[in-house]
Design a protein around this ligand. Structure first.
Ligand SMILES: Nc1ncnc2c1ncn2[C@@H]1O[C@H](COP(=O)(O)OP(=O)(O)OP(=O)(O)O)[C@@H](O)[C@H]1O
Ligand SMILES: [Mg+2]
Length: 509
């Protein structure tokens, strides 16, 4: 027995009906180490970890702790064994304070607030967290909510921590802070397992990387002895080319003209301030900015979902004539035949209906848009099958509820559907968030294909390397204003990073 081994999973199999989510997996988790769990979308990472967290029970196999078999039948059992999991979707009660959430379901609920706060403060001090125990969850940012989840797990005495895609919703700065905390935990002798699709994060944070492929365990490698290319090949099972082709479209033409766009939210805060730019057909225009700089409002106001205070958004047709879109609802915009497609950040809220399958969601788009959207008169079922096939969507059937599909697969369905509507303008917000590396490249190639078909593509992204490799030009937002528009072929990361925080970037420096 390896004494540093905190948990050992042996021959773990988990099935959902016909789907074998985990197929006889062996995995060891060591104390004082950070292990990355890597695998393509739908490869079984969340399922495997849910069995350690007591959400699911294995159909076959055993789990050993410090060499002895244990049974984890509920989240409480998991806590009793010192295992805590921070899930992809947080499980906090919005109307409660941080402290109330932290002690929810514990005997400590009977404790006075002062002792609870003291206990919370001790945890925060130890790992350098900052939270206000009296703050209500609904007043918190995503990163604050995540901190509460982590403190909640530590409060329950967890020394084996599982984090399922914790950085997907964080800014780069917040990610750095989280990683500092994880390093502290590791130094404290805890075992940490992190799921992330970002290979640079895997390389930065972990000691070892365990790889799953289509429900099977492929192996564990030392991070110091591997690299992103080797990890990708392991994940996919064959060599993968990780580069983005950036062809130039012969003659880009102005397609969308935005002038002086100003938006104010319900609390009177200015979200967009005099934004002006032109997006060309045959070009990918990137939108960069630190989180909350107006990216969401920009795409939503162009598509008629967010009220515009001032300014204009005009669509320039093939005949060169401009059509004003401000004041129209998304439905009205569609009726004008402008051809605008939108992949929003919130896939299952604004994008798809979770309880419906792929086919149902295809129909939804055609109903909304009116007749004639499907090229070659393809039926929604045919289209669903085509997307299933071409984007390699992992789902048992085209009627399987999208809510129960893995995160990355949901995104493929949404992007596939929007592209199939043959738009003239395609707007995407963080379209590869939560997607595995291979699928991310599939999406980049799809966007480039659209560009080469003459579509004006707007790509809101967070990874500057990708923005610089994929886009033709990049519009940088800073506090709701346009900080500048740069040529992506010649700009640098530093230049853009500076423009994101300082209006006008180097000109004002
Ligand atoms: N409750 C469920 N019912 C039916 N099938 C499920 C359920 N949970 C997971 N699956 C299936 O099990 C497989 C593995 O899913 P899982 O969520 O573990 O993948 P993942 O590796 O976490 O993917 P991602 O990176 O996209 O989050 C998928 O095919 C998924 O559709
Ligand atoms: Mg998952």
């Amino acid at each position: 027995m390896n004494t540093s081994c905190a948990i050992e999973m042996r021959g773990i199999t988990k099935r959902f009906g016909q789907v074998v989510a985990n197929d006889s997996i062996d995995l060891s988790i060591k104390r004082g180490e950070i292990l990355s769990l890597l695998g393509e979308n739908g490869s079984g990472k969340t399922t495997l970890m849910n069995m350690l967290a007591g959400i699911y029970q294995p159909d076959e196999g055993e789990i050993l702790q410090d060499g002895l078999p244990i049974a984890i039948r509920s989240p409480k059992d998991a806590y009793d064994h010192g295992i805590g999991m921070i899930h992809q979707h947080y499980k906090l009660v919005d109307v409660f304070t941080a402290a109330q959430n932290i002690v929810l379901g514990l005997n400590d609920q009977k404790l006075d607030l002062k002792s609870i706060n003291a206990k919370v403060k001790a945890i925060c001090d130890k790992y350098s967290f900052v939270i206000d125990p009296a703050m209500k969850i609904y007043d918190m940012s995503v990163s604050q909510k995540q901190t509460v989840e982590i403190v909640k797990v530590l409060y329950r005495g967890a020394d084996i921590l599982i984090l399922d895609e914790p950085t997907a919703v964080l800014t780069p700065q917040e990610t750095d802070k989280l990683f500092a905390v994880l390093h502290n935990m590791k130094a404290d002798g805890k075992a940490v397992i992190i799921i992330t699709h970002k290979l640079n994060e895997v390389m930065e944070i972990s000691d070892e990387v365990a790889v799953l492929r289509k429900g099977k365990y492929i192996g564990t490698v030392k991070t110091s002895e591997t690299d992103p290319q080797a990890l990708t090949d392991m994940m996919v099972g064959h060599a993968v080319v990780l580069n983005i082709d950036r062809p130039k479209f012969e003659k880009p033409v102005p397609r969308l003209k935005v002038q002086g766009l100003t938006c104010i939210d319900h609390e009177g805060i200015t979200k967009l301030d005099g934004v002006s730019f032109t997006a060309n057909g045959g070009e990918i225009l990137g939108v960069a900015g630190i989180a909350g700089s107006g990216q969401k409002e920009l795409l939503e106001s162009i598509s008629g979902l967010y009220p515009v205070k001032e300014g204009s958004v005009s669509f320039i047709g093939g005949d060169g004539k401009a059509k004003e879109l401000v004041g129209m609802t998304p439905m009205q915009i569609r009726k004008t035949g402008v051809g605008m497609a939108f992949v929003p950040e919130d896939r299952l809220g604004m994008g798809l209906v979770g309880s419906m399958g792929m086919t149902g969601n295809m129909m939804l788009r055609s109903w909304r848009k009116g007749k004639g959207i499907f090229l070659n008169k393809k039926s929604p079922e045919d289209l669903a099958k085509k997307i299933w096939d071409e984007l390699e969507v992992v789902t048992p059937s085209t009627s399987f509820p999208v809510r129960r599909m893995s995160g990355g697969n949901v995104q493929k369905v949404l992007v596939g559907r929007e592209i199939a509507s043959q738009p003239k303008i395609l707007m995407t917000a963080y379209p590869v968030r939560g997607l595995d590396i291979n699928t991310s490249y599939t999406i980049y190639n799809l966007l480039t294909e659209q560009k080469m078909n003459g579509v004006a593509v707007l790509f809101v992204g967070e990874d500057l390397d990708v923005l610089l490799e994929l886009c033709d030009r990049i519009l940088v937002l800073c506090g709701g204003k346009v900080s500048g528009i740069v040529d992506a072929r010649s700009a640098t990361k530093e230049e853009i990073g500076f423009m994101m925080t300082t209006l006008g970037g180097k000109e004002n420096a």
